[in-house]
Design a protein around this ligand. Structure first.
Ligand code: AMP
Ligand code: GLY
Length: 422
């Protein structure tokens, strides 16, 4: 098969690595990719939002499958454009991508079919929104209704914070204000073919920038899989109460969902509740999950496109995995670009470690430099979580990049390796 992965992050590097191992593959491309991905796929210099460019490349090269990593091109209609040209795409139509593109769309869908989620209201007017939070009190959650790259959410502990969040977000569009749920969070992934949903594993994400879950929210600073206390029974409850009802309702509305459905869950005292849906793999959850997948990812993606997931099964390694994001100093507000990164090869040589590239670029002479916020994902696997952490952090310590940083407490529920910051 001739396959194109769309994206340039650590998630896409992990997807490319998994697809590259498939016996079904004849050739793999990635647009626009990154210097790490160049080792497993041919790089195509087309940006993720250049839908006409991707379409042209797909038809000119007689591609069999396009695998989009990020949500933005899906929300903008990439899957629809490819479908119109008869090219399979393992991602949702723009109509189905509204599950991520609009928080109020998803909240309404949840309410319509009884999916457990936080109580909510949507506001276009600052005075009404202020009045609502004054009446409801804190803590309360204020979100941008539209796409915000995982950064449009404020969990306000004080009234002043809630009011400031409303004033900050409203100029860019409507806000959704929600009841604040408490409990551990789990990212659950399901591969969907429009009708059937196949669990693709679960992970714990660490969204805050600082150790001990402090500082602003980010796209994700680390993840590990499986999450603590995540049982087959809990997964089945989440599939039965959240994922399958959403899939059935999308099909009933004539906008069936195909691709990866990412359910951000909170495990509350009343059971799992939906925080949000995303229409793609998580980053860095994908990196952690791909290191646990035994089965052929490409075969599963093809079955999703063919509507044949009903009898499909995936095999997973029991061994846990962990993904540690290395970000450029200043992330998430203003990451410094251009600093030189050394030692990634030595890091990858640690037993059990894998180095995925995200925001990197390479000079003509081969020098690797930071070119984004999240720059590398350093992963580890091991017989237990502690061994996986040791592998990942030993690899982190071999990366010589003074302008980079990472959290030191990813997988904090296990034993932490004692390593100096670096
Ligand atoms: P989201 O972008 O919707 O995933 O939100 C980012 C983070 O904000 C989530 O991972 C949660 O930690 C937090 N969050 C979002 N909604 C709620 C809520 N209703 N109650 C408590 N925390 C929330
Ligand atoms: N790590 C969470 C996300 O990709 O949205």
């Amino acid at each position: 098969m001739r396959v194109l992965v769309v994206g340039s992050g650590g998630r896409e590097h992990a997807l490319c690595m998994a697809i590259a191992g498939s016996p079904l593959l004849s050739k793999l491309w990635c647009a626009p990719g990154n210097p790490g991905i160049a080792a497993v796929a041919e790089i195509v210099p087309i940006e993720v939002m250049d839908i006409p460019g991707i379409l042209r490349f797909a038809t000119d090269n007689a591609l069999d499958l396009v695998v989009p990593g990020p949500e933005a091109p899906l929300v903008a209609g990439l899957a629809d454009a490819l479908a119109a040209a008869g090219i399979a795409c393992c991602g949702p139509s723009a109509a189905a991508a509204r599950l991520e593109g609009s928080k109020s769309f998803t909240k309404e869908l949840c309410d319509a079919v009884g999916i457990p989620t936080a109580k909510w209201e949507r506001f276009d007017d600052a005075a009404e929104a202020h009045d609502f939070v004054r009446r409801r009190g804190v803590p309360i959650v204020v979100k941008a209704d539209g796409l915000a790259a995982g950064k449009g959410v404020v969990v306000a502990a004080t009234l002043a914070e809630a009011l400031a969040a409303i004033d900050g977000l409203l100029p860019t569009g409507p806000v959704v204000i929600e009841e604040c749920l408490t409990g551990p969070e789990v990212s659950l992934f399901a591969l969907c073919d429009g009708v059937h949903a196949l669990p693709m594993g679960a992970a714990r994400d660490h969204k805050r920038v600082g150790d001990g879950d402090t500082g602003p929210n980010t796209g994700g600073m680390g993840a590990y899989s499986p999450p603590p206390a995540w049982t087959p029974a809990l997964q089945e409850e989440a599939m039965a109460r959240i994922v399958r009802p959403a899939l059935a309702e999308m099909a009933r509305r004539g906008t069936p969902f195909r691709g990866i459905l990412f359910a951000g869950l909170m495990l509350t005292d009343d059971g799992p509740k939906l925080i949000e849906f995303n229409v793609r793999f998580g980053d860095p959850e994908c990196q952690a999950l791909m290191l646990r997948l035994k089965s052929d990812l490409l075969a599963a993606l093809v079955a999703a496109c063919d509507g044949e997931l009903g009898h499909f099964d995936l095999r997973w390694h029991d061994r846990p995995s962990i993904a540690v994001v290395m970000a450029a100093r200043g992330y998430p507000a203003a990451p410094e670009p251009g600093s030189v990164i050394l030692g990634t090869d030595r890091a990858a040589a640690i037993e059990g470690a894998t180095v995925f590239h995200a925001g990197t670029r390479q000079d003509a002479n081969g020098t690797l430099r930071a070119a984004g916020g999240r720059v590398l994902t350093i992963c580890g696997v091991g017989t237990d979580l502690s061994a996986a952490q040791k592998a990942a952090y030993a690899a982190v310590d071999r990366v010589n990049w003074p302008e980079g940083f990472c959290r030191r407490d990813i997988g904090k529920d296990g034993a932490l390796p004692q390593t100096p910051p670096g």
